[in-house]
Design a protein around this ligand. Structure first.
Ligand SMILES: NC(=O)CCC(=O)C(=O)O
Length: 264
């Protein structure tokens, strides 16, 4: 199964963000990818005060990516978008997955919200405007069980262990990881999740400056269950592809059965 990570620099112009996403999906399909994964907040990454009105999970955003999946004949994981939330003050940060027929086959709402204060570096309170999701999701993509997560979720290994126990063989991480934390933590955390859960990891990130206080790390990557980085995007708006080898995953799980040997 060939997969592509699509690395974007979403900003305030929603239509332009979607145009670039569509262009990258076309490149992914042209490169033979069966599944293309976009980053967190494909629709908008700009100041809160100019954010577009959130929409429902069957609104324009969903229709746009359902149509792209159908026209290109590939599975599309549409990163995440601002979904209407439980009240007027809060949205959900939501991922949608579309089949090559354009059907919405899975929905996941980010569980762990990015509330951090790193003096002089990062000040972010996601829970002020976003409500947390409550459900873990393993989606069937091209016959493969795929565990869904979003960005800051990456720091919570218990989520991924739960996904692996539920049968996930691939873990997907659309992200807008900060430059300040990304340069030290992004690859280490992704490789750890791959190794400890003996899963492929597909991680698509936002890259570059989005607003005065936010620069994203990029370095979208695909990692195998041994922890080897199979593909990494350069610091640009682009794609990277890799082939997932499921018999190799079975061999790793059989030879080093740490998932089967767990006692807790
Ligand atoms: N959008 C996010 O969840 C950011 C997470 C991040 O940068 C981190 O260090 O964790």
């Amino acid at each position: 199964m060939r997969v592509a990570v699509c690395q974007l620099n979403s900003r305030e112009d929603r239509d332009q963000n979607l145009r670039v996403a569509r262009d990258l999906l076309e490149r992914a399909a042209g490169a033979g990818a069966e599944l293309a994964v976009l980053p967190e907040y494909v629709d908008y990454l700009g100041p809160g005060k100019t954010a577009p009105k959130p929409e429902s999970a069957d609104g324009e955003f969903a229709q746009f990516f359902g149509r792209a999946a159908r026209e290109l004949g590939i599975w599309v994981h549409a990163g995440s978008f601002h979904e209407s939330g439980p009240d007027d003050e809060h949205t959900y940060n939501t991922s949608l997955v579309f089949s090559p027929q354009g059907e919405l086959t899975a929905t996941y709402r980010k569980i762990h919200l990015y509330d951090v204060e790193i003096a002089g570096r990062v000040s972010y309170q996601e829970s002020r405007s976003v409500a947390p999701g409550a459900e873990t999701v393993v989606a069937e993509i091209a016959g493969v069980p795929v565990g869904l997560s979003i960005c800051y979720d990456l720091r919570f290994p218990e989520l991924y262990r739960r996904l692996a126990i539920a049968g996930a063989r691939v873990l997907v991480v659309p992200a807008a990881f900060m430059m300040h934390t990304g340069r030290d933590h992004w690859e280490v955390l992704l490789r750890a999740r791959a190794i400890e859960n003996q899963c492929y990891v597909i991680a698509a990130g936002q890259i570059g400056d989005h607003e005065p206080s936010r620069t994203c790390f990029g370095r979208s990557m695909v990692i195998d269950p041994w922890g080897t980085v199979l593909a990494q995007a350069p610091d640009d708006i682009t794609i990277a592809t890799a082939d997932l080898d499921m018999p190799r995953l079975d061999r790793i799980r059989a030879e080093l059965p740490s998932l089967a040997n767990r006692r807790l």
